[in-house]
Design a protein around this ligand. Structure first.
Ligand SMILES: [Zn+2]
Length: 132
């Protein structure tokens, strides 16, 4: 289950709900807005810090609201209706990733394979990501 933001009231709701329990906005309408997908990396090449880290991943907007929360290897999915500045956290495995995502687009995180204590990624727009 993933949490999405109701476009009417902004409350977090399950993507399996048929309507927002807070304001009644039908989910079908919410889904018509721009869903963004970001493939979270799975096999991260990292320095020693990663050995002690969890596999938790999350995406936040610039106010620190959580747009998506999950695990490495999953596809982050959330609904936006305008370009949003996001910060992506991959636990202690990687430096935070900053970028701007746009509605209805897909992104992948490309790892810079230089030698670092923490892995470094670039947010890159792609046409396709793995099915989920
Ligand atoms: Zn609502």
């Amino acid at each position: 289950m993933a949490l999405i933001k109701c476009k009417e009231c902004g409350k977090e709701i399950s993507d399996r709900a048929s309507a927002c329990p807070n304001c009644g906005c039908p989910l079908l309408e919410i889904s018509k807005e721009g869903e963004v997908r970001i493939k979270m990396p799975n096999n991260i090449v990292q320095g020693w810090v990663g050995l002690f880290s969890s596999r938790d991943a999350r995406v936040e907007d610039e106010e620190g609201n959580i747009l998506w929360k999950g695990q490495h290897g999953e596809n982050a999915k959330f609904i936006i209706n305008r370009p949003v500045k996001v910060t992506i956290y991959l636990g202690g495995w990687a430096n935070p990733i900053y970028g701007i995502v746009e509605p209805r687009k897909k992104y992948s995180l490309i790892q810079d394979l230089g030698v670092h204590m923490l892995a470094t990624f670039r947010l890159t727009e792609v046409d396709l990501i793995d099915a989920d």
